[in-house]
Design a protein around this ligand. Sequence first.
Ligand code: GLC
Length: 563
Amino acid sequence: MGTGTEANVNREFWKEAVVYQIYPRSFMDSDGDGVGDLRGIILKLDYLKELGVDVIWLSPVYKSPNDDNGYDISDYEDIMDEFGTMSDWEELLKGLHERGIKLMMDLVVNHTSDEHPWFIESKNNPDGEYGDYYVWRDAAPDGGLPNNWESFFSGPVWEYSEERGQYYLHLFSKKQPDLNWENEKVRHAVYKMMKFWLDKGVDGFRMDVINLISKVDGLPSNGTAPIADGSMYYVDGPRIHEFLQEMNAEVLSKYDIITVGEMPGVTVEEAKKYTAEERKELQMIFQFEHMRLDGGPGGKWDIVPWKLPQLKAVMHKWQIGLAEKGWNSLYLNNHDQPRMVSRFGNDGEYRVQSAKLLATLLHTLKGTPYVYQGEELGMTNVKFPMIDEYKDIESLNMYNERVTHGGADPGTVMAAIQTRGRDNARTPVQWDDSEHAGFTTGKPWIGVNPNYKTINAARQLGDPESVFHYYKELIALRKKHPILTYGDYELLLPDHETIYAYTRTLGDETWLTVLNFSTEPSVFEWPGNLGSREATLVIGNYGESDADRNEWRPYEARVYKLN
Ligand code: GLC
């Protein structure tokens, strides 16, 4: 691996940027209906500017019956009523651009809503223009389902349509039928829609489960069990690279934009293909391996403790895997994951320190950092005691299947939802200590985390020691120092159980990050070649003055420049 120098790195805006994800339903409500909206985001533009982020990724704002909070789209070229109008959206884009912030839209094209006109036509008129837009199959010869794949949201992936007398495929909810990407007309309809938004001035796309769009011919069952994981037949499927190259040639290459593909189950080998610049597919992808470290053999709801050496190993594999070709995205949470401080840090006594420590990790590894709304405040998981306070279809379907129909112990299932459920990330952003955390003057669509009196933006904006200010500092640091973007990465102490340490090197400059993932102090033994160099603290979460050279305090994070 050659050592990068400032002269030979290929500088790109999207590599140097920090992206901030907005989940509009929970960001800010401007009109008191309890649901966040576009004008709510407009009210907070100066907050985003102050934080210093370069790009907003906006989760879906398109027309939707909201079976899966906007990830079920019934009109790709219009705005959801609860979120506002197209002119609100235009004003938002203008407000962002005036502040030098770009806007990335969510592109959800593995599936539509079952209320999309394409689907309605498809089920009512099999021989018509849209007849082949979705994945339709007859029942199996024995009268059973076409195959045994299990949906991400529990139950089979097949739903029967009375109108058409056939089953349609839905990897997600039954209100999210999968589009048939084998049909060229579908692909071109998607490209046309993408151009619609690009011509309106959007700066990029985050592509929802984009590595699931190509399914293996014949949709074979996995074994003979009545229901089984079918992902080997649609993750990184046979035509996926062809489809993405076509999309690139038809659309992406014609605009100067940012692209990131969400890719559950993707491997490093495939990721290299998706992101190698000369292959002309995507710039970055979201991989999921580190999100699986606390899942047991039973999957995401089978929760096991994660271990630091494993986290390091996974991140290392990706850092090294995409070092020469491709590019990493860096995230520890989003709207589908629990809050990172509750999962990988400590949301009790060391909440502030551990939120800053995790932020240090995200901003000093190699890749583009993604900050999820509220992360910059150190927001935590919520523990709603009752199932009816949860809103997410994934959690509700799972509860229904296991408790209502399966006789499982409700306490165990509730504990899994409280730890792992997606609603942990979807409680409203905590703006201040007024009622409903300043998110709405009405009744919020989902409960506010009761800790908003102490954890909120108003309080942190005025406190230079806050998590918010630390994020601001890290983001500014990345802008100033190309080493954080382009420097080569090298891991130290892979097996250490509490210390996570690595260097970044660009030309003759080396930076060292050392993080203590523990509620106890940890000793960091400086490796000989580094220990002899003079170290200047660049940023740390305990302040500078009283740092011991070898002992890291609970959740202490320090980044040094070595001279
Ligand atoms: C992605 C989204 C998630 C959604 C699913 C189906 O994983 O991030 O929120 O439920 O795709 O669209």
